[in-house]
Design a protein. Sequence first.
Length: 187
Amino acid sequence: MSDETETTDADADGATYAERVHRQFVNADHLDPDSALIQAMRRESHKTPLHALLDLTPIKMDGQDEVVFRMPTTGGALNSSGNIHGGAMATLIDMTAGTTVALGNPRFKPGENTLVTADMHIRYLGRARGDWVEATGKILRVGRQLTIVEVTVRDDDGRLIATADFGAMLVPHRQPMRDGDATAPDL
């Protein structure tokens, strides 16, 4: 089965690809970085050109506990001075927080509703050193419509380089602006 078919076909119980992934993530205790599910998530996230450019990679999914994404400190993530671009860091934080909400908010139902970033506040605390940075997202509060996530970003020496608070709003499902898989989660 090709990736194209895998992302759009419904399974025997009528669930879309997005619903199957959501169900598997929420039911997972911990997923190994080399697991098939993490690899599938990486393929899906890399369908977004910006995520592919930054090489955002899911590392840890603990269902409702925490989500970790990694980004290398090379190539498209760097600004003209050779440091991580603030926009690249913001994209890493947005991806981490959004995935945290998608996995930890029981009201999120792919295909029925969607999540949009309501607000995000980032505090850049220092310059990253090393080969990568990791963002860890944890849910602070799940409300009827708004879910609040805390994200910390550390470099590969474990130094805290950024923190963020992120609000995601649950809204009715909407059609994509351009051609795409309307049942896929917004990654």
